[in-house]
Design a binder for this molecule. Structure first.
Ligand code: AMP
Length: 585
């Protein structure tokens, strides 16, 4: 009976288990959990003793992670967003690819490799991993910012370029190896055919998909079955990605992105996102495990300098070019730093390219080992790089209006990042407020904005923590000091001078993060009044346990308000008197 030969289950089970254990350990050591996932991959890879997972299967599982990630990104991305970053993403990505390819080619030339090997090696160093980039943006919550949009647009252009490269390589590879060259006509025809197929796919998605997909989603939603709705989400995401790859030669990632973008136009996209998230996260973990499996530590001993030089191109050469381009387009230094740092890594495309190169006899196996080692090191280094840069970006925006009774909000600025003064350099610690006896509001969404309006009306000085550019502007308009960043991060929270504060409102919906904020705040100021938002009895217990003075459960207040309206006499059922909060994104 074959019942004990279950490589797929073994790969998923052992992969997730070890990823969890090492991820937890990494977290405790204050590393990104991603480091733990890679280590888990190395542990179940063929170069370390013990259980060896199936690499082919791991790669396919990783591909599902790529599909779901790109699908989720597409859900939040409109065609308008894509068009608005086109001007910088297209030239940026092309120049970035060209430079890194040239640098890589030069390095391969110094190794004495033939032209075909140089080209494959150079190309492999030129494209960033979509998964690593998206995860970074999500972890740092940059997805909804200008920087995030530019980075996503950039990676989509890179993705397109790689589709071309993967089609062209098998065609031109043999002729390069044979020392002859493809006629320009043949080359042009091949490029044209590939682009035509991609365009056909995009056209079909925008014309037919745009009608069919929302219709399917509404139909599924109206069945009233959650299971069927969920199924519809996965069927569309995976189905479109698979179809795009099979029929049009488009990458899974691009196919999934368009499926998401088209579905994102439907009113149900919020629900679709929620359904896609859990599976996406699990498979994204498997992506890193599968990458770790490729790592052969011996190459570090065999060719340390070559690995270092390759790594240098990825983490220094390419980012510098990206930074120069973003700056040249007039974006602030902070934006340039984030984008270039998030691109300072390579991943899945490089693995596919070097695999192809070796199979075709273009690239010596040593080239593949170098690229793999440098890729994994670049992915390992990436969270540290980003954290170092983002730390420098935490900044305090000064109060713009003195709090007074219901002043009209300041007109919003289109560019959320003031061009001057420039953001603090990466080494400088974030500014700390000079306020004392102030109130601090964490989160400026539906809850925080009503609090902010009330505090401003009462003339209380207050400071707001917010992550999205739009809501941050709203808080500034109310006269608040604003700290940009995740309040659960101790370095960010420090900017609030909580030791001297009077009251803290924790209005964010995530009980885990809220707990982290409360725990730190309580340690900084034992006498602080802490009011927190909760959505369940467990959350109330959790938050008060960590030191909240009062945790208000939203659902209970909703019920009370409904009852109040229902039991009161006639005119009670009129619209609520509160000022309208900013529309939820
Ligand atoms: P709402 O659920 O509408 O009250 O919105 C919550 C707000 O809190 C959103 O504007 C989020 O951007 C913001 N937010 C959520 N988590 C954090 C956090 N950890 N630090 C700062 N702001 C946050």
């Amino acid at each position: 009976m074959p019942e004990h030969h279950t490589p797929l289950i073994a790969t998923i089970a052992v992969g997730l288990m070890l990823a969890f254990i090492f991820g937890l350990a990494a977290h405790r050591l204050r590393f990104s959990p991603l480091v733990g996932y890679l280590v888990a991959g190395i542990a179940i890879g063929p170069f370390t003793p013990g259980f060896i997972a199936d690499q082919e299967l791991a790669n396919e599982l990783a591909e599902i992670g790529v599909i779901l990630l790109m699908f989720a990104v597409g859900l939040h991305f409109s065609l308008k967003d894509l068009m608005s970053v086109r001007a910088i993403a297209v030239p940026g990505a092309i120049a970035g690819i060209a430079t890194a390819t040239l640098l890589g080619t030069a390095l391969a030339w110094s190794f004495g490799w033939p032209p075909g090997a140089r080209l494959v090696f150079g190309l492999a160093l030129s494209v960033a991993s979509t998964v690593v980039l998206l995860r970074t943006l999500q972890e740092r919550r940059l997805m909804e910012t200008d920087r995030g949009h530019i980075a996503v647009g950039w990676v989509i252009v890179e993705d397109l370029a790689m589709v071309l490269a993967l089609v062209l390589l098998p065609a031109i590879g043999p002729t390069i190896a044979a020392g002859t060259s493809l006629s320009p006509w043949q080359f042009g025809a091949l490029v044209a055919l590939t682009l035509a197929k991609v365009s056909a796919f995009v056209a079909i998605m925008l014309l037919a998909g745009r009608r069919v997909i929302p219709w399917v989603m509404h139909y599924a939603a109206h069945t009233g079955s959650r299971e069927l709705f969920r199924l519809a989400v996965y069927a569309v995401a995976l189905g479109v990605a698979f179809g795009a790859a099979q029929l049009f030669g488009v990458s899974f990632a691009l196919g999934a992105f368009f499926a998401g973008m088209v579905m994102g136009e439907s009113k149900l996209s919020q629900r679709a996102t929620e359904e896609a998230l859990p599976l996406r996260d699990a498979f994204a973990v498997l992506f890193f495990v599968s990458v770790g499996m490729l790592f052969d530590p011996h190459v570090l001993l065999r060719a340390p300098w070559a690995v270092l030089a390759t790594l240098g191109i990825i983490v220094i050469g390419k980012p510098l070019v990206a930074m120069a381009i973003v700056r040249a387009f007039g974006h602030p230094m902070g934006t340039a730093l984030t984008i270039s740092a998030s691109l300072a890594q390579i991943g899945e495309f490089s693995f596919i390219l070097v695999g192809l190169g070796v199979t075709m006899g273009l690239l010596p196996p040593e080239g593949r080992d170098l690229v793999l080692a440098a890729a994994i090191l670049s992915i390992l280094l990436n969270p540290f790089l980003i954290a170092a840069l983002e730390r420098g970006r935490v900044r305090l925006l000064p109060r713009t209006i003195l709090p007074s009774a219901r002043k009209a909000p300041e007109p919003q600025r289109a560019e959320p990042e003031p061009a001057s003064p420039p953001p603090a350099p990466a080494s400088e610690p974030p500014a700390v407020t000079t306020l004392e006896g102030h109130e601090v509001v964490v989160g400026y969404g539906r809850v925080g904005s009503i609090l902010g309006a009330g505090l401003a009306a009462a003339g209380h000085p207050f400071l707001v923590f917010e992550e999205t550019d739009e809501r941050m502007q709203a808080a500034r308009g109310m006269g608040a000091e604003v700290v940009v960043g995740n309040a659960a991060d101790p370095e960010v929270l420090a900017a609030a001078n909580l030791a001297a504060a009077r009251r803290l409102f924790v209005t964010i919906p995530d009980a885990f993060e809220a707990g982290q904020v409360i725990q730190q705040a309580r340690a900084l100021n034992p006498g602080l009044e802490i009011l927190a938002r909760a959505h369940s009895e467990e959350a109330v217990a959790h938050l008060t346990g960590l030191g909240a003075t009062l945790a208000v459960m939203g659902e209970r207040e909703i019920a009370h308000r409904m009852l109040e309206a229902a039991l009161a006499e006639a005119p009670a059922l009129s619209p609520a008197p509160e000022p309208a909060p900013p529309a939820a994104a």
